[in-house]
Design a binder for this molecule. Structure first.
Ligand code: UT7
Length: 328
């Protein structure tokens, strides 16, 4: 049996917030944001638009285009750094809104590495369930609801959006499109990027709200270095395990947090700049959704050709790290 990517798609909210818009209420400017991050704008969800809504918008497009009914899905894996509630899993809302009555669903919390972690989990589930035909991998983020709009260090970096990938077991003797991923975490950096308040450790209180602990906190400089080192190391391991060298890669599709992180990683991997996909300029960091949105953009721009080898890599809060090779 072979696992293949049957379809991929994305959704971003209509509202766009540019760097110039930000400079109207924050002590920042387009020049600083663009030169430090490569970001020009990000999409912002409407107040009533939730993670499950954005995930469903991407998922519906993907299923309709593929001619696959939601009832044919065996599982839905949703990765989100900004889930709707601590529990239950937002994946349950996606299941309900899609009408995927035969699917089990759960959330994957791996922050910006969410898409790579989800694809690997979906791959393993399909391998372990030879009778299951389809799994839907969804990544959806409403980062605008969890960043501190009074903190210019962090709020300028993030955006909202979603992506969906439909994986199919084609029951043929075809090679898998997804290679086994290399995944890992380093919990020593738990405090370096987190949302401290609102969980069981720091339940919400007025004092906690006054301290703005309900919002994302990040040691940006440290995460920058860890992201470059982690994506480089994990990409090299994924390549080595597949017996491939970086020259075999047609496209490097890394997590889109900061174009300087992307470029520094590609340089260390010796992947030519023209084979590196970048779209952070248009979306900011949509955390778990960036790689899916990138793949959807690449396909829309006709950049992906059958047989091409893609290297996906991400580092995120946790510290979570992952790299995966994909045969398009
Ligand atoms: O993938 C996981 C998620 N992680 C990330 O996306 C973030 C990783 N980190 C980064 O992308 C970068 O470290 C940042 C973009 C967050 C910062 O870039 P940097 O080159 O490391 O900036 P810096 O720390 O050297 O610059 C900080 C300076 C400070 O001013 P002083 O102390 O040097 O006077 C800040 O106050 O830049 C100032 N600053 C800003 N100025 C204008 C910080 N944010 C802003 C801002 N506008 N938005």
């Amino acid at each position: 049996m072979g696992i293949r990517i049957r379809n991929i798609g994305s959704y971003v909210p209509e509202k766009i917030l540019t760097n110039d818009d930000l400079s109207k209420f924050l002590d920042t400017n387009d020049e600083w944001i663009y030169t430090r991050t490569g970001i020009r704008q990000r999409h912002i969800a409407a107040p009533e638009e939730q993670v499950s809504d954005m995930g469903c918008s991407a998922a519906k497009k993907v299923l309709e285009e593929a001619g696959v009914s939601p009832s044919e899905l065996g599982a839905i894996l949703l990765s989100s750094t900004s889930p709707e509630c601590l529990f239950p899993a937002s994946a349950c809302l996606v299941q309900e809104k899609l009408g995927a009555k035969n699917a089990f669903s759960f959330d994957i919390q791996a922050a910006c590495s969410g898409m790579v972690f989800s694809l690997e989990n979906a791959r393993c589930i399909l391998k372990g369930n030879p009778s299951m035909r389809y799994i839907l991998v969804v990544a959806s983020e409403k980062m605008s609801a969890i960043v501190d709009w009074e903190n210019r260090d962090t709020c300028v970096l993030f955006g909202d959006g979603a992506a969906a990938v439909l994986l199919e077991n084609d029951f043929q003797e075809t090679p898998d499109a997804l290679f086994p991923a290399h995944l890992g975490v380093d919990g020593a950096y738990f405090e370096s990027l987190l949302l401290p308040g609102g969980g069981s450790r720091l339940p919400l209180t007025t004092a906690l709200l006054d301290e703005r602990q309900q919002f994302l906190h990040m040691d940006g400089k440290l995460i920058f270095k860890l992201a470059v080192a982690g994506m480089t190391e994990y990409s090299n391991i994924a390549l080595e395990r597949a017996g491939l060298s970086p020259e075999k890669i047609d496209w490097f599709v890394p997590h889109q947090a900061n174009v300087r992180i992307v470029d520094a990683t590609a340089e260390r991997l010796a992947i030519p700049s023209e084979q590196v996909f970048r779209n952070v300029e248009n979306y900011g960091n949509t955390c778990a959704a960036t790689i899916g949105i990138a793949l959807a953009d690449m396909r829309a721009r006709d950049l992906l050709k059958p047989g091409q080898l893609l290297l996906l890599a991400a580092v995120g809060a946790g510290l979570s790290k992952g790299a995966m090779l994909v045969r398009w």
